[in-house]
Design a protein around this ligand. Structure first.
Ligand code: HAM
Length: 417
């Protein structure tokens, strides 16, 4: 592959998709601000240890998907595959525990060495939120309410469906893991190779298997909900009650376990039917031990991240940008004056483009191409008389405006943008 191509699984973002990308981030930033979240931007790479243990030694991400390299100082660094562990690291290293409850919003590129396909790339972008320091179901409900509101505001072409599960506390999960291993051990020879491996490394993940034979066996496997202790069951019930009170529709999915090790209690995914295999557009859950496992103070957390590329696939079009007014100078003297005028008008906040070269018709074509509202035509004669010609590009109507009155005229003409 030529080195002039983008690396497999990466893309140049531009044009309409970039406009939608920015619109999605802006919408998420505004919705999170309404819920009291503040923005944080952590570095794009971290010490490898930030991810290695926290996401799980047996997880796909740590096992085969991380972009890990040694820097010139001999440190092992990793391009972040996700945003939660870096936030937990920042929480500890920046001493943020005195600020709890702490609500953080973030967005940016993430990196995973996965097989590229529709909705799955090696550099992708997430936006996410983390609520740190609240161990009650109230926080899970608030996070789910934020996710629901955000997806509603984005008016996606295909409604997302919320699937939710509880993987309980350590005690419940250990009991379930044991029962699961006992069950699957009986069918060791029938399991797919991946699932057979997981039987010793990460048995819960067998429930995620897409293999047909595995799925048949999973149908009769023990179910997580039957192993939740009373406390975990109450937590799950309270979260579901909260969703019902807020009229947020959800579906219980007892097979939803998620691919990262740090979760406990609530796990959830918003899925779309329109995306094929990579159907999760927004996922998350609770992680009460992540920060303490990393060496910080015991601090519960809950949050989610959404894949921006997947949201773009489900978006209609970006909201219209302001159409510019194009200044069209005729001749060299006029060009200099036009530059001065454009500089002044842009400083005043008007969106101004320029017809850069050629005769009147070529410069007007530029105005058309930029979908301009109007052209401001300036020839030597106009400059001498201290006027410009305003030509409305929709109606074709023309009028002369004194340069001294141009600013208030433009204000009037562009007020409905
Ligand atoms: P995750 O499920 O690994 O969770 O990723 C979250 C979202 O990122 C997915 O639902 C999907 O939309 C998107 N995504 C993941 N991998 C790719 C990829 N290769 N290409 C395109 N999009 C992708 C996390 O990352 C957790 N940190 C979420 C979280 C936050 N849990 C608690 N707080």
């Amino acid at each position: 592959m030529s080195s002039l191509q983008p690396v497999r699984g990466t893309h140049d973002l531009m044009g309409e998709p970039l406009k939608i990308h920015n619109y999605i981030i802006e919408t998420a930033r505004n919705v999170s601000a309404c819920y009291g979240f503040e923005e944080i931007a952590t570095p794009i790479f971290e010490f490898t240890s930030v991810f290695q243990r926290t996401l799980g030694e047996a997880s796909d991400i740590v096992n085969k998907e991380m972009y890990t390299f040694e820097d010139r100082g001999g440190e092992s660094l990793t391009l972040r595959p996700e945003g939660t562990a870096p936030i937990a690291r920042a929480f500890i290293s920046e001493g943020l525990s005195r600020l709890t409850p702490l609500k953080l919003f973030y967005q940016g590129p993430m990196f995973r060495y996965e097989r590229p396909q529709k909705g799955r790339t090696r550099q992708f972008h997430q936006l996410g939120v983390e609520l740190l320091g609240v161990g009650k179901p109230l926080a899970d409900i608030e996070i789910l309410s934020l996710a629901h509101t955000l997806l509603e505001k984005l008016h996606l072409t295909n409604p997302a469906r919320l699937e939710i599960n509880s993987i309980g506390d350590d005690q419940s999960r250990n009991a379930f893991r044991k029962a699961l291993v006992t069950y699957f051990e009986k069918f060791q020879n029938d399991l797919s190779e991946d699932s057979r491996k997981r039987l010793t490394t990460n048995p819960l993940r067998i429930l995620d298997s897409k293999d047909k034979k595995d799925q048949e066996l999973i149908t009769s496997a023990p179910q997580l909900e039957n192993f939740l202790n009373a406390e975990s069951q109450k937590f799950y019930d309270d979260v579901m009650d909260g969703l019902t009170k807020l009229s947020i529709p959800f579906h219980k999915n007892h097979k939803l376990v998620r691919g990262l090790d740090y979760y406990c209690h609530t796990v959830f995914e918003f899925k779309s039917d329109a995306l094929g295999a990579q159907d999760a557009i927004l996922s998350g859950g609770r992680y009460d031990k992540l920060i303490s496992d990393m060496g910080g103070p015991q601090t519960p957390g809950v949050g989610f991240a959404a894949g921006i590329e997947r949201l773009i696939l489900l978006s209609k079009s970006a909201p219209k940008q302001k159409s510019p007014v194009t200044v069209v100078p005729l001749g060299e003297t006029a060009e200099k004056e036009a530059l001065k005028l454009s500089h002044q008008l842009r400083k005043e906040g008007f969106t101004i483009d320029m017809g850069y070269s050629g005769n009147l018709s070529k410069r007007m074509k530029r105005a058309d191409k930029m979908n301009s509202k109007a052209a401001l035509i300036m020839g030597d004669d106009e400059i001498q008389r201290g006027v410009v010609t305003w030509k409305d590009l929709k109606t074709g109507a023309q009028q002369e405006i004194k340069i001294t009155q141009l600013s208030s005229f433009l204000q009037q003409m562009t007020s409905d943008d």
